[in-house]
Design a protein around this ligand. Structure first.
Ligand code: ZN
Length: 277
């Protein structure tokens, strides 16, 4: 799943690679399905894409926004999108849910596993889409300061019973952060995902703030997480400390076996000794 680090990495690559390319044809791919969220029929997409020039690409939260001509924005991200650039047709995937052919013989494909976005929205609407929410701050923004982070713990932003997992990815939630990036952040801060956010100490809150910033910055610097691919099909260089592969293996800090449990609609991984409940 694309989260904040991958959205930043892929958006930078798309900006550098696709800007200025002229689209010969584009559509919703050869295998549209209902979990490939779109904003119109394949015919609509064909009509909008034809002859347009690709503009700049930016990211916000988990979303990737690409200007298509003067009036439209292509919104990808937030889900299981594999976004790939192809210099020629030899590397095209068999199935895709978005397909762009450029005048210079290159292609862009998006293949979705699970669910994902391939939205083609009028430019003025894109920033307001529920998966974009351009007005929300992300944890890598300069304005995401220690003081701002502390304010999130004040009522009413803070439901006094909320666990750290709920607090960080749901309500109030950090925009762009999902379950995939969360596990290493909590491990680095030495806090358990089920701890009540209202109960953590000042010291733990400081460790959590540092872990959020440093972990996400490191993920971006290394080209995203190893579980995800970039625009050129290369895996990211950030190897997660806690994930399905490390369950049952010794904690890198203390040697206690890493545990996994289902919690709030997804797996959480933790060291029961370093992250005491
Ligand atoms: Zn440990």
């Amino acid at each position: 799943m694309i989260e904040l680090p991958e959205a930043i990495v892929i958006a930078r690559q798309m900006d550098a690679t696709l800007k200025g390319k002229r689209i010969v044809s584009g559509d919703r791919g050869n295998s549209p399905h209902k979990f490939a969220f779109s904003s119109g029929t394949s015919e609509d997409y064909t009509a909008i894409f034809a002859g347009q020039t690709v503009g700049g690409t930016t990211s916000h939260g988990m979303s990737i926004l690409t200007e298509i001509g003067a009036d439209y924005t292509l919104v990808l991200g937030c889900g299981g999108e594999r976004i790939l650039f192809h210099t020629d047709e030899r590397s095209l995937p068999k199935k895709h849910q978005l397909f762009l052919q450029f005048e210079d013989g290159a292609y862009l494909t998006v293949t979705i596993s699970g669910w994902g976005n391939t939205l083609l929205l009028p430019r003025a609407e894109a920033g307001r889409h529920q998966h974009v929410q351009q007005d929300r701050m992300t944890p890598l923004d300069d304005a995401f300061t220690w003081d701002y982070f502390c304010q999130l713990f004040e009522p009413p932003a803070q439901d006094s019973k909320a666990s750290l997992k709920y607090f960080l990815i749901s309500e109030p939630g950090l925009w762009g952060l999902g379950n995939g990036c969360l596990q290493d952040i909590l491990f680095r801060a030495r806090v358990h995902p089920r701890r009540r956010a209202a109960d953590i100490t000042d010291r733990e809150r400081q460790a959590l703030y540092r872990a959020i910033r440093e972990t996400l910055q490191q993920m971006v610097a290394l080209g995203g997480r190893e579980s995800e691919c970039d625009l050129y099909g290369n895996r990211g260089g950030y190897v997660r400390i806690l994930d399905s592969k490390t369950t049952g293996k010794p904690c890198p800090e203390c040697g206690t076996p890493i545990e996994k449990s289902q919690y709030l609609g997804g797996a959480v991984y933790f060291c029961p000794a370093c992250q005491v409940l």
